[in-house]
Write a protein of this length. Structure first.
Length: 272
């Protein structure tokens, strides 16, 4: 006990702070002597970047700069385009509801669910993206059309995909809010009106599928809770007993195959 008090007095004494500062200075000097190149700034080479604005009479150079700016803008918006204009929204929400219905907490983890949703999105959207590449991107890179024509051709398959998965009620909501004329054809619907309508339609569809997924697992929870209550085991959490039964049911019906197949069918992948 006395030794403990003496050690505490040494650490809290006024000389302890001075000794700590001297020790840090001593270690700093040792590092400077052992690593002399760190203090020599002449050996360090730092790359420089120069940005300049120059006058030019060549419209081609200006067009190239504008194309680079447009490409960087598209790349910065790529995550939002991937999430909101494809099947990714519906897939990831349904998988999240499935995990909550099973009651497995963090299994499968978020990385697995997002990765599965991402690759299923690539699979579902591949016909649309191939159409965009063949009719818009490839001719533009071959200089067979202008970027305005390429952008118009790229809109057509994306517009067709989103319209096929958008409810008319949601589309009418944004058309009315934009105070625009009622579109007569699909080409008359602007992307600024179509994209939010498509997103809320996907959210409603995903919530409906999630509700249907919850029903069988909810029945299992209710049955297990009733049995435990009738047996007088009120202190035992029902989730501990129902979880193995829910996993067994999910495995016996081949749940992943059924759910992924239903999701693909909801996007018309099996329609010939």
């Amino acid at each position: 006990m006395k030794q403990h008090i003496d050690l505490h007095n040494r650490l809290s004494g006024p000389g302890f702070g001075k000794r700590t500062i001297l020790l840090l200075l001593f270690l700093s000097l040792i590092l400077l002597f052992l690593l002399p190149d760190m203090g020599n700034s002449a050996d360090l080479t730092i790359p420089s970047l120069n940005l300049s604005l120059e006058k030019t009479n060549d419209p081609g150079k200006v067009a190239v700069v504008l194309e680079i700016i447009a490409l960087l803008t598209i790349l910065s918006l790529a995550p939002a385009i991937l999430i909101l204009m494809t099947s990714f929204t519906r897939l990831v929400i349904v998988f999240h509801f499935l995990r909550q219905a099973l009651g497995t907490q963090q299994s499968p983890p978020n990385q697995i669910l997002i990765g599965l949703s991402l690759f299923l999105t690539f699979f579902i959207m591949s016909p649309v993206w191939q159409n965009i590449y063949q009719n818009a991107l490839s001719p533009y890179l071959a200089e067979k059309m202008t970027y305005q024509e390429a952008f118009a051709n790229a809109q057509t398959p994306m517009r067709k995909f989103m319209l096929s998965n958008t409810r008319e009620k949601d589309l009418a909501l944004f058309v009315k809010a934009s105070k625009a004329k009622r579109p007569q054809t699909q080409d008359d619907v602007s992307l600024l009106t179509l994209i939010p309508a498509f997103v809320i339609s996907e959210l409603k569809t995903a919530f409906i599928i999630g509700f249907v997924l919850y029903i069988p697992f909810l029945i299992i929870d209710m049955v297990v809770a009733s049995v435990l209550l009738s047996m007088g085991m009120m202190m035992l959490p029902p989730i501990m007993i129902s979880l193995p039964f829910k996993l067994m049911l999910f495995v016996l019906v081949d749940g992943w195959h059924m759910i992924v197949g239903s999701m693909l069918n909801s996007f018309g992948m099996f329609v010939t």
